[in-house]
Design a protein around this ligand. Structure first.
Ligand SMILES: [Zn+2]
Length: 218
């Protein structure tokens, strides 16, 4: 089973993808994670990626495709792939189709997590991170005991650049511009499953697995 998970920043997409991948034994291919790892490891690709991200731009196809191909070769023992953050363009979607076909495989479902921009803004702009232990707080949903101080080690919390309001607005705009044509592309292939991403995390997960159980048992 090969699936694509699409959702705006702050939709919980990454965590859902991890849980789906372990429930169905799928390799989780998150371009976001791969890129962050590369940046941390200070590789050539990481440094290139960093300059793009700092400008709020997307990494060019050539870098992404080579990462995808190397990941697709790691299929050993798994039941397929969950793509998270890829494809982002029709051209990438067509490339993915080709790569899967070369491996006698195909795409089975494209899951869209629907969350309003307003809710995303609320979720992300109040998020605070501890620089010491990486704990994640939220001023409304999960506040620290004293404002802007980590409960565990008393470090001063900070806001990731990605979580600042103008950055979120920009990222949402990019997200909508990217996903609109992709959704149309996959609609024509009858692959789209719409999931209400504004629900509680566990309810979103159940909604997704209800759909995937049907696909898996086909
Ligand atoms: Zn901490």
């Amino acid at each position: 089973m090969n699936i694509i998970l699409i959702g705006p920043p702050g939709s919980g997409k990454g965590t859902q993808a991890k849980m789906i991948s372990s429930k169905y034994n799928l390799v989780h291919l998150s371009t976001g994670d791969i890129i962050r790892e590369q940046i941390k490891a200070n590789t050539e690709l990481g440094n290139i990626a960093k300059t793009y991200i700092e400008q709020g731009k997307l990494l060019p196809d050539e870098y992404l495709i080579s990462m995808i191909k190397s990941f697709l070769s790691k299929k050993d023992g798994s039941n397929g792939f969950i793509f998270d953050g890829f494809p982002r363009t029709i051209s990438q979607a067509e490339t993915l189709e080709k790569i899967l076909a070369e491996n006698d495989s195909e795409l089975n479902s494209v899951i869209i997590l629907n969350v309003s921009d307003k809710l995303i803004m609320e979720r992300l702009s109040d998020r605070r991170i501890c620089p010491v232990c990486n704990a994640i707080y939220h001023n409304v949903y999960n506040p620290p005991k004293s404002p802007d101080v980590c409960d565990l080690d008393n470090a001063s919390l900070f806001q990731r650049d990605d979580d600042k309001e103008e950055t979120i607005a920009y990222r949402l705009n990019v997200y909508h511009n990217i996903t609109k044509p992709l959704i149309e592309f996959y609609q024509k292939k009858n692959l789209i499953e719409l999931i209400d991403g504004s629900l509680l995390f566990d309810d979103v997960f159940s909604a997704i697995t209800n759909k995937l159980d049907i696909i898996e048992n086909k």
